[in-house]
Design a protein around this ligand. Structure first.
Ligand code: SAH
Length: 472
């Protein structure tokens, strides 16, 4: 088998990144846009030792699980990988993905995994409250906004993404119109010149408050007044700002934000808790599913009003504030300064006084309080007034995709909480970290996947662990 050969494949499986997998000549081929049950012909792109990649040429026989996707650009755009797959099948795939990771990477046996059925979305389109549109020029030099094609940085013009609210289109048309009118240049990654890099839009699904933040390669937004006038015609607008990012890398946001009009944040509510969210703070993208996720966090934490809880990677304090209603005290740790200040504010506006937030990395902050002999560090130095600091009953972690630093897991094990609630957006690093914890006294009691990201291959998982010697 070599490059450019055409092979017929029956697709049997879906890989972790959403590519169909079929076998020819004993070799597994990964084919983008092919789905389990499809019979396809595909052209070989690349051959490795035991597997290869091939491009879908013709759908010889479509899978019974295929549906008509809403978005005409779903194959070109890198945002949705599995829009053509029936939603129920998407859910089955995600549940399998979590279980397979725990088995392959975590080394758990199937019957050791207390998996609950995945929680799906009632309507799997238009669920995202956040969009980041890159701005650039197409090959004919026309100003364009959209999304990156898969694995590239070429922009596919998308005026209406079916994962986000329809309102986004109006924001983008007005922003591009303003750029054309005043000859404002989009940023060019190749030369590092030009001004506007991305447009960040956030929309509070419950509050109906709209935030627009232009990420610019400069310290000043020209013709800000005219942009304000145009965007203010959208009645939901509450906050217009720009974020300075002069770095030549592909990190989207910079670290400085200036408000042009309105408030520095928007508000939204999840359950009974109100949140202020500023442009640099993380906020879950799917508010409907997030509420289900946080309720599970509350159930898994199993609080009775007496517990000390640490919420690591706490963002704007969402999980902390959810848990505070049932805990004695909650300590949150977060690395982004703006998010910490949002978290403190959020405690205040909800009248929640039994929480405290620390700015810093979880791996640096937690050992200052927990897991040291005699509870060590700052807690003891404070005269030991609140020794509960170092003796939490529950630790919650919700890290980004790369998972927890091993040093943090070691601190957690030394702190010996009764329960650990692990919220994860990456099954592979989750499995790695669970292997560590389960090798050191903890056992998984419940594993629950929650679909926060319909049409994509991503899946959120929440796991409850408890200490084998501390709990029944
Ligand atoms: N629990 C929150 C946020 C989860 S996202 C929620 O549900 O909304 C992960 C968060 O971890 C982000 O806010 C990110 O800024 C933060 N973060 C990333 N690395 C970190 C680290 N090493 N220590 C503490 N926080 C970190």
């Amino acid at each position: 088998m070599k490059k450019n050969d055409v092979v017929s494949l029956t697709i049997e499986d879906l890989g972790a990144d959403g590519m169909g997998v079929g076998k020819a000549d004993g070799m597994a081929f990964f084919v983008k846009d092919a789905l389990p049950g499809d019979k396809v012909s595909a052209r070989v792109l690349k051959v490795k030792k035991s597997y290869g990649y091939a491009r879908l040429m013709e759908l010889l026989e479509p899978s019974p699980d295929r549906v008509e996707p809403l978005c005409p650009l779903h194959r070109r755009c890198g945002g949705c990988q599995i829009q053509a797959l029936d939603y129920q099948k998407q859910l089955e795939y995600k549940e399998r993905k979590v279980k397979n990771s725990l088995m392959r990477i975590g080394g758990f046996a199937e019957d050791e995994i207390p998996m609950r059925p995945i929680i799906g979305m009632e309507s799997p389109y238009r669920y995202r409250n956040k969009a980041q549109f890159p701005i650039g020029r197409d090959k004919d030099g026309n100003l364009t906004a959209g999304f990156y094609a898969s694995r590239t940085h070429s922009i596919i013009p998308v005026s209406d993404c079916y994962l986000g609210p329809e309102l986004n289109r109006d924001v983008m048309e007005r922003t591009l119109g303003w750029m054309r009118r005043f000859d404002i240049e989009p940023y060019d990654e190749k030369t590092g010149r030009g001004l506007v890099r991305h447009v960040l839009i956030r929309y509070g699904f419950y509050s109906h408050q709209l935030m627009v933040c232009l990420v610019i390669n400069g310290g000043f937004l020209p013709h800000a007044e005219e942009l304000t006038v145009s965007l203010r015609e959208i009645p939901q607008l509450r906050s217009l700002s720009f974020c300075i990012n002069r770095q030549r890398n592909n990190v989207i946001m910079g670290d400085e934000v200036k408000t042009v009009w309105g408030t520095d944040y928007i508000e939204d509510t999840i359950g009974a808790v109100k949140f202020q969210i500023s442009p640099l703070s993380f906020y879950q993208v799917n508010p409907v599913q997030t509420e289900k996720l946080y309720n599970l966090a509350l159930e898994f934490a199993d609080l009775h009003g007496t517990e000390t809880v640490w919420d690591l990677y706490c963002g704007i304090g969402t999980i902390s504030l959810f848990l505070a209603r049932k805990a004695k005290r909650v300590y949150g740790v977060e690395i982004v300064p703006q998010a910490v200040s949002d978290a403190r504010n959020n405690a205040r506006i909800n009248g929640i006084t039994n929480v405290e937030f620390f700015e810093g990395s979880a791996e640096d902050v937690l050992p200052q309080f927990c897991g040291q002999a005699g509870f060590g560090g700052r807690a003891a130095g404070d005269g030991g007034t609140d020794r509960a600091y170092g003796n939490p009953q529950v630790i919650v972690v919700d890290p980004p995709r790369k998972g927890c630093a091993e040093s943090l897991l070691e601190t957690i094990v030394r702190a010996r909480p009764e329960r650990i609630v692990y919220v994860s957006c990456d099954p592979a690093t989750l499995a790695r970290d669970l292997k560590f914890l389960c090798g050191r006294g903890y056992a998984m009691r419940a594993v629950q996947a929650v679909d926060q990201f319909g049409m994509t291959v991503h899946v959120e998982t929440i796991v409850m662990l408890s200490h084998k010697n501390l709990t029944a």
